[in-house]
Design a protein around this ligand. Structure first.
Ligand SMILES: Nc1ncnc2c1ncn2[C@@H]1O[C@H](COP(=O)(O)OP(=O)(O)OP(=O)(O)O)[C@@H](O)[C@H]1O
Ligand SMILES: [Mg+2]
Length: 394
């Protein structure tokens, strides 16, 4: 893109300087410079990496991806509004608010970038924190879920489901999703745990998870794949932000995978992984396949490394739609969609989906399923079998 010769820097909330440094934390934990950015009048961003300059209309895609979103984003917008003099509702934030947040409070973000010198110092100070001992984890989770006070540190995970971040002795850096016992979401969390476990057994790398429960809550603890040990980090970008930068389509997982394979951003094996995630999702009633639910990992040199392990794959078609309303537990209605007639995809996906629904039917879950869910699972085993029969030559 053309580099402007003269552009005035814009004023930012709280008098934040319009020229800022961005740092990268490597997988070893070392910190290196990543870029210098200038926020210019009219909303553009001028980025300099080494000798290369690039002008973006708004924020660079990695900054858009790092910005607060979802459940945690809404919590922290309320938490910092007074201090930073920003709107309380995340809905009212624009790029200037996102910049103000990232360069003053952006800690423990997704991926490996740290925005500005102040958050970098805070990240280094945080290395002194002691991880949560395994024996105290559940009590801590109950406290955080009850008070939601854990959102004070970190803002990285997007997504709409209630969640918080943690750092444990046994499982390292985690995202913890939680739901009130007896609710539909509480019944779905063990299904997410099962789905990711079965996908990894099928050969699709998937986030490692565990189910914990107390009298009042069910927790799904998800180990972060953008962290290495205590201090190392791995770069990450959602498929959505990659798509916005290079393709501008935001259509389906399979079409995204095909475009990325063609452009050589990902390998044929990674495209297969995404297609199997999509087909398996179709067969377990996971219609929530937006492009924030797959990501690409970025290596220490800034190159695409691979598709990130699978996450957020569960029968979302049965998730509460709000207002205390739960969809009826009717059998899935799978469609071929943009996956097409691909026996190499449908065969492993069907085997995995069939193992998934049989496990639910037989009640071999981390927490017992309701009878209604088991009845549904028994019917879905049959639907999967009938649906894939013409797609998988025997
Ligand atoms: N294991 C992981 N390691 C690192 N980042 C993760 C991991 N799992 C999820 N994320 C990040 O956190 C975000 C939220 O997680 P997730 O999608 O599971 O939450 P959700 O609330 O169920 O989302 P949705 O709104 O799509 O239903 C993801 O979009 C992804 O960026
Ligand atoms: Mg999600």
């Amino acid at each position: 893109m053309r580099t402007p010769q003269y552009a005035s820097l814009r004023s930012l909330p709280g008098g934040l300087a319009a020229r800022q440094k961005i740092h990268r934390i490597l997988s070893t934990g070392s910190v290196v410079p990543f870029a210098v950015v200038e926020f210019i009048e009219g909303g553009g961003t001028l980025e300099r990496i080494g000798g290369q300059a690039q002008l973006y209309d708004g924020l660079p895609p990695y900054m858009a991806f790092s910005s607060p979103s979802g459940f945690l984003g809404r919590q922290l917008a309320r938490a910092v509004a007074t201090d930073l003099q920003l709107p309380e509702s995340l809905k009212d934030w624009g790029d200037d608010e996102r910049i103000a947040y990232l360069f003053s409070r952006g800690m423990n973000l997704a991926g490996n970038l740290v925005y500005g010198d102040l958050p970098l110092q805070k990240e280094l100070d945080f290395r002194g924190c002691v991880p949560m001992p395994a024996g105290q984890k559940l009590g801590h989770y109950v406290d955080v879920a009850t008070e939601l006070k854990g959102t004070a540190y970190g803002s990285s995970a997007g997504g709409e489901q209630p969640k918080f971040l943690g750092f444990n002795e046994d499982t390292g850096h985690v995202i913890v999703k939680f739901a009130k016992r007896g609710s539909r979401m509480a019944e779905l969390l063990p299904l997410e745990h099962l789905a990711l476990h079965i996908l990894s057994e099928t050969g699709v790398p998937s986030a490692r998870t565990a189910i914990l429960s107390s009298k009042d809550y069910v927790f799904l603890e998800v180990q972060r794949f953008d962290r290495v040990g205590n201090f190392g980090r791995v770069g990450m970008l959602s498929a959505g932000s990659v798509d916005d930068e290079f393709f501008g389509r935001r259509d389906t997982w399979s079409e995204f995978a095909a475009r990325c394979e063609k452009a050589k951003y990902i390998s044929a094996r990674d495209a297969w992984n995404i297609d199997v995630m999509a087909a398996f999702s179709e067969l377990i009633g996971n219609g929530d396949r937006h492009l924030e639910n797959i990501s690409l990992l970025v290596d220490d040199e800034g190159e695409y490394q691979s598709v990130a392990p699978a996450y957020d794959i569960l029968p979302m078609d049965y998730a509460s739609i709000g207002g205390g309303i739960d969809p009826d537990l009717n059998p899935i209605k799978p469609k071929v969609g943009t996956i097409g007639a691909r026996p190499d995809i449908w065969a492993p996906a069907a085997a995995a989906a069939s193992a998934f629904w049989s496990t639910v039917r037989d009640n071999h879950l981390a927490l017992p399923a309701t009878q209604e869910m088991r009845d549904l699972a028994a019917r879905n085993v049959e639907v999967v079998k009938a649906f894939v029969a013409p797609l998988v030559p025997s």
